[in-house]
Design a protein around this ligand. Structure first.
Ligand SMILES: CC(C)(COP(=O)(O)OP(=O)(O)OC[C@H]1O[C@@H](n2cnc3c(N)ncnc32)[C@H](O)[C@@H]1O)[C@@H](O)C(=O)NCCC(=O)NCCS
Ligand SMILES: Nc1ncnc2c1ncn2[C@@H]1O[C@H](COP(=O)(O)OP(=O)(O)OP(=O)(O)O)[C@@H](O)[C@H]1O
Length: 232
C-alpha cells in the first residue's frame, strides 16, 4: 500500500485537494479531524490540556473552546509546543490504526493529510510527499476570507508553521493552488496517474511485510532448534 503524505500551509488548500482525492475513492486520513476527535471530553488528550491550560479553555458544556485555545497557542510558541505534546501522540496513534485497517482491507493507496507532516519529521515514513503550494500573499488573503481574521492574526498563524517555500524542498510533487480549482484538479490528475500503484506493485508491497516477518520467524525457530540439537 502506498502512503502519500499531503501537506502544505494553513489555508493553502489541503482540505480542498483532499475532497477532490476522496471523490476518486482514495481513502484520506485527515489529521485535523483526528485532532478534533482526540480532544473530545474525557479523552486522555482533553485531560492533559485541562491540566496545563486549566478549565478556562472550555466552553460551558465542557467541550474545548477552540477559538480561545487557538488564540493562545498561535501567539506563543511554548504554549503551542505544549499543546502539540498533549495531542500529537494520540493523533499519531489514531492515524496508525486507520493505516493498519486500510492495509488489511487491501487499499492500494492512502493519503495522509497532515498540516505539520514536515515539522514533525513524519515525511520520512511516506512513500511520497505532495505539497500544496500558494504564495504567502494568497495564503494570507484566503485565510482572512475563510476564517474572518484580522491581517496580523492571519500572518501570526502562518508564522506558526514552517514557511511553504521551505516545505516544497521536501516534496516529491508540488501542486500549485494559485489558480482556479479546475487548474488544481488537472495537476492532481497528473500526480495521481504517476503515483497510483499497478496491481503487481501493490501486491508486492501488500504481501511483502508479512512474508518477511513470517520468514524471519521461521528462520529464528529453525536456528533455535538447531542450537538445541533437535535437527539431525
Ligand atoms: C489550536 C486548535 C484548538 C484550533 O482549532 P481550530 O478549530 O480553530 O482549527 P483547526 O483544528 O481546524 O486547524 C486549522 C489549521 O491550523 C493549523 N494548526 C493547527 N494546530 C497547529 C499547531 N499546533 N501548530 C501549527 N499549526 C497548527 C493547521 O494548518 C490546521 O489545518 C486546534 O488546531 C488544535 O487542537 N491543534 C493542535 C493539534 C494539531 O497540531 N493539529 C494539526 C494537525 S496534526
Ligand atoms: N484554487 C482555489 N481558488 C479559490 N479559493 C480556494 C482555492 N483553493 C482553496 N480555496 C479556498 O481557500 C481556503 C483555504 O482552503 P482549505 O480550507 O482547503 O485550506 P487548508 O490547507 O485545508 O487549511 P487548514 O490548514 O486551515 O486546514 C478555503 O476557503 C477554500 O475554499
Amino acid at each position: 500500500m502506498k502512503v502519500i503524505g499531503l501537506t502544505g500551509g494553513i489555508a493553502s488548500g489541503k482540505s480542498t485537494l483532499s475532497r477532490m482525492i476522496f471523490r476518486r475513492r482514495i481513502p484520506i486520513i485527515d489529521a485535523d479531524l483526528l485532532a478534533k476527535k482526540v480532544v473530545e471530553p474525557g479523552k486522555p488528550a482533553y485531560n492533559l490540556i485541562i491540566n496545563h491550560f486549566s478549565r478556562d479553555v472550555l466552553n460551558e458544556d465542557g467541550t474545548l473552546d477552540r477559538e480561545k485555545l487557538g488564540n493562545i497557542i498561535f501567539a506563543n510558541e511554548n504554549q503551542r509546543k505544549i499543546l502539540n505534546k498533549c495531542t500529537h501522540p494520540f493523533i499519531r496513534r489514531e492515524a496508525f490504526k486507520l493505516l493498519v485497517w486500510y492495509w488489511i482491507t487491501g487499499e492500494k493507496m492512502v493519503v495522509l493529510d497532515i498540516p505539520l507532516l514536515i515539522e514533525s519529521g513524519l515525511q520520512k515514513w511516506m512513500s511520497s510527499v505532495v505539497v500544496i503550494y500558494v504564495s504567502e500573499r494568497l495564503q494570507v488573503s484566503r485565510l482572512i476570507k475563510r476564517d474572518n481574521l484580522l491581517e496580523h492574526v492571519a500572518i501570526q498563524r502562518i508564522s506558526a508553521q514552517m514557511p511553504l517555500g521551505e516545505k516544497v524542498k521536501y516534496a516529491d510533487y508540488v501542486i500549485d493552488n494559485s489558480g482556479d480549482l479546475s487548474e488544481t484538479e488537472k495537476q492532481l490528475n497528473i500526480v495521481i496517474a504517476k503515483l497510483y500503484p499497478t496491481v503487481w506493485s501493490w501486491f508486492i508491497t501488500w504481501i511483502g511485510p508479512p512474508a518477511l516477518v513470517a520468514l524471519g520467524i521461521t528462520v529464528a525457530i529453525k536456528n533455535k532448534m538447531l542450537m538445541m540439537g533437535w535437527y539431525l
